[in-house]
Write a protein that binds this ligand. Structure first.
Ligand SMILES: [Zn+2]
Length: 496
């Protein structure tokens, strides 16, 4: 009897599921029809507004820094799974608080492209591979999420991924919710009046924030050449705005091609890091886009900076353990709270290293890491270990009796209020991030961020530090002459 009842319930459940699936399909087809998504092969929309640089906030309680975007164009080839995002970015905030190369002189043009497994940037008319070439599939996948964050792209993806559709009463209004998952992400969208997509929420794994959302909000829908498209698009990530664009032009099925350039197609994946190089006795640096430095003490190793993400930290740890065998990595020193400088910290915490950072960053990192880490669980999430922090205020000397390393806070920098730099007095080595990044070629115009470079440079002068070797986290290892020449040429009287 029990068995029969279970069977009846199972059959009833199956019937209702298949009935629901039919309803889901009917709703998605109606939305596709309403939006004009069904026969939409290519799309280009442009406008102007603001964009915000994710992960580059001034500090832990401020939004991502905002910029004027006088021109923005997004081009999508749905069938080819390709997109091109072209932005012109102009300084807006004054004072220029936070990262994103502020203060920007003139205009920054930023073009990113992705097609299938390939991603590249366009700079000065040339296609340039993203920094992490062996990670380019992930870069491409991240960029192509933007297609799913458009109304038509969302509905196409919902149909392709057998989305479930349900209705819910939200604030007294019957609302249709469309949900589906793809590898590494899940999406939920809201259909509004006339079956148009009002809002999309995408969940992704972030190396800094764990499971995090991107929201896209669409308003002011208009009929344009047979499709419906919003006149206003807002995106938010990590609780703060990311993009705010008023759409002024929409091209439906334009004749566009996004071809993968030969140099990108043929680019050989590069290893994440190069071979560690010795700077002085017991001091090593690891070549990569954003470097780490290792300092050997009597019974342990301290690492300065854990940039980007876990894979880079894992590679750095492995390389440093070969260069400095049989000593544990006990400390990792963090220069500031921008995400490209903290994405690799958790990998060290998973190994039991103490994270040393400005005191004000400690509650920020604890809050960033307090969420769930289910979409791409990292080593720390899997270890169940509680990260250990040590906050620095002013300066802090770390010594084993023979070697000393001094951490200096340089307050008042517009890039970030908790900037730390690291000085090795005996070796006369200074390590800093983002205040000075060695330019790839001689400068012909003032560099972006000049005011912050000048502020840091003056601080180093005021400490009367004797520096033989300057190690910027970004750019070639150099001497203090490099920033000196730039500030004397472009900011001779301390003008910023
Ligand atoms: Zn920064």
């Amino acid at each position: 009897m029990k068995k029969t009842l279970a069977l009846i319930i199972a059959v009833a459940a199956l019937t209702s599921v298949s009935g629901q699936a039919q309803d889901s399909k009917a709703t998605l087809d109606a939305a596709a029809k309403a939006l004009g998504a069904t026969n939409l092969r290519t799309l280009e929309y442009s406008g102007s507004g603001y964009d915000y640089v994710f992960g580059q906030a001034y500090h832990g309680t401020t939004p991502w820094p905002r910029f004027n975007v006088p021109a923005y164009t997004m081009t999508i080839d749905f069938a080819a799974n390709a997109a091109r995002d072209d932005k012109r970015r102009v300084q807006l905030e004054n004072p220029a608080l936070g990262g994103g190369f502020q203060p920007i002189f003139g205009e920054m043009r930023q073009i990113w492209v992705a097609s299938g497994q390939y991603a590249w940037d366009v700079a000065g008319g040339n296609a340039v591979a993203p920094r992490f070439r062996d990670d380019r599939r992930a870069v491409a996948a991240g960029r192509l999420e933007q297609i799913t964050l458009t109304p038509q792209g969302f509905i196409k993806a919902a149909i392709a991924n057998n989305a479930t559709v349900r209705t819910e009463n939200v604030r007294g209004k019957t609302t249709t919710l469309v949900a589906f998952t793809v590898p590494g992400a899940r999406y939920e969208g809201t259909l509004g009046e006339g079956n148009v997509v009002e809002r999309i929420e995408g969940w992704f794994g972030s190396p800094v924030m764990g499971d995090t959302t991107i929201e896209a909000i669409f308003t002011d829908y208009r009929d344009v050449n047979g499709i419906k498209f919003p006149g206003h698009i807002v995106q938010r990530q990590g609780g703060y705005p990311l993009l705010d664009v008023s759409v002024t032009d929409v091209k439906v099925n334009p004749a566009i091609t996004i071809d993968v350039p030969e140099n990108i197609r043929n680019a050989k994946p590069e290893p994440l890091i190069g071979t560690p190089e010795r700077l002085a006795e017991g001091v090593w640096w690891v070549p990569t886009y954003a470097k780490s430095v290792a300092v050997e003490f009597r019974d342990h190793i301290a690492i300065i900076e854990a940039p980007e993400h876990e894979p880079q930290s894992v590679a750095v740890m492995e390389a440093i353990r070969k260069a400095i065998p049989n000593k544990p990595i006990r400390y990792v020193i963090n220069t500031h709270s921008h995400f490209d400088h903290i994405g690799g910290l958790r990998a060290y915490a998973a190994e039991g290293a103490t994270i040393v950072t400005h005191r004000d960053n400690v509650p920020y990192y604890q809050q960033l890491w307090a969420g769930s880490w289910t979409l791409s669980p990292d080593r720390l999430a899997k270890s169940g270990r509680a990260p250990v922090f040590e906050g620095v205020l002013g300066s802090r000397t770390m010594t084993d009796g023979s070697r000393s390393m001094i951490l200096y806070h340089y307050p008042g920098n517009m890039h970030n209020p908790g900037m730390l730099m690291v000085y090795l007095p005996k070796e006369k080595i200074l390590i800093e991030a983002d205040s000075f990044s060695t330019p790839a070629a001689p400068l012909t115009a003032p560099p972006n961020g000049l005011a912050n470079m000048r502020h840091w440079y003056d601080f180093v002068q005021s400490l009367k530090l004797d520096v033989d070797v300057l190690v910027p986290i970004h750019g070639a290892i150099t001497t203090m002459d490099a920033p000196k020449n730039i500030v004397e040429r472009f900011s001779p009287n301390g003008t910023r």
